[in-house]
Design a protein around this ligand. Structure first.
Ligand code: NAP
Length: 283
């Protein structure tokens, strides 16, 4: 039950009912004995600006932002972190006295989960990224910042993939960054036998979704990271298992983007194992 002294946090999206963030963050507040509550607000497109003003006025301390508001949240913020600017979208807002400071912790979450769960390393590896939307932008930015010099990007919208390639090339001139068509032969050719494959498309969320990458193109030298975490064992993760590739499921990224946001809001060390347990229970 919230009292006047309770510090308020939450997530904004549309729809938002499915969000697992309240379970993760409230477990963390309880674990450290903080008088805080994390809730969720369903906000229709076009209403974000006035909602952010209202929540700031009401004293809300921190927010997560999810679809479809990540780009608009960046524009509505008073200050923007370098990594949020690089991605062009925000998933976290932190209160400052006069307005919101935008950040993006998705890339951090992806990288920490990748490094923790696999031996693939950005500095020495080649990566193929499927999906050039918000998550794909965060993942590609994190990979390049971590030293990746060889990145191929594919999206149904070739224009979206090319635009991301141009943006990334401008940031890292030494790297080989190209786009490739969503066509089975071209995709299989683009994946190095020891390379990383990242699914940042929504394929796998719905039962009966086709695989975003041909199963026969996967081998035991590959690492396959699926951002889709619900279900945890997506058809792509299952195909990776059958090919004896290293499979990394998406809930680790969700966990670590939350850990990074929580630590930035509270200034405390996050109780990671408690947050992980809450997430797995919610899933
Ligand atoms: P988004 O902005 O809609 O981007 C997805 C992109 O993939 C769009 O450009 C889409 O094109 C394209 N696409 C869809 N199906 C494709 C296919 N089969 N092959 C190639 N491209 C395809 O979505 P997002 O925010 O980036 O999120 C993508 C996925 O990542 C979602 O499932 C989300 O749940 C997941 N995610 C997970 C985490 C985590 O913490 N694990 C964090 C963020 C996102 P069209 O728009 O033309 O369909």
């Amino acid at each position: 039950m919230a009292k006047d002294s309770t510090r308020l946090y939450g997530v904004i999206g549309y729809p938002i009912q499915h969000s697992l963030s309240p379970a993760i963050h409230n477990a963390a507040f309880a674990a450290v004995g903080m008088d805080a509550l994390y809730t969720k607000w369903e906000v229709a497109p076009g209403r974000l600006g006035r909602t952010l003003k209202r929540l700031h006025h009401e004293g809300v301390q921190g927010l997560n932002i999810t679809l479809p508001h990540k780009v608009a949240a960046l524009k509505a913020a008073l200050r923007v972190s370098a990594r949020a600017r690089a991605v062009g979208a925000a998933n976290t807002l932190k209160r400052t006295p006069k307005g919101w400071e935008a950040d993006n912790t998705d890339g951090f979450g992806f990288l920490r989960a990748l490094l923790e769960s696999s031996s693939w390393r950005p500095k020495s590896g080649k990566a193929l990224l499927l999906g050039a939307g918000g998550a794909g932008r965060a993942v590609s930015s994190a990979l390049l910042d971590a030293g990746c010099e060889n990145l191929v990007i594919a999206d149904w919208s070739r224009g979206r993939a090319s635009a991301l390639v141009r943006r990334l090339r401008a940031r890292k001139k030494t790297a080989r960054i190209v786009s490739v068509a969503i066509e089975p032969g071209a995709l299989m050719e683009a994946l190095d036998p020891r390379g990383l494959l990242v699914n940042a498309t929504p394929m796998g969320l719905k039962a009966g979704d086709p695989l975003p990458f041909p199963a026969k193109g996967l081998g035991r030298g590959n690492t396959v990271f699926d951002l889709v975490y619900n279900p945890v064992r997506t058809p792509l993760i299952q195909a990776a298992g059958r090919a004896k590739a290293k499979a990394v499921t998406g809930e680790g990224m969700l966990l670590y983007q939350a850990v990074e946001a929580w630590e930035s809001w509270t200034g405390l060390k996050a109780p990671v194992s408690v947050m992980r347990k809450a997430l797995m229970q919610a899933l």
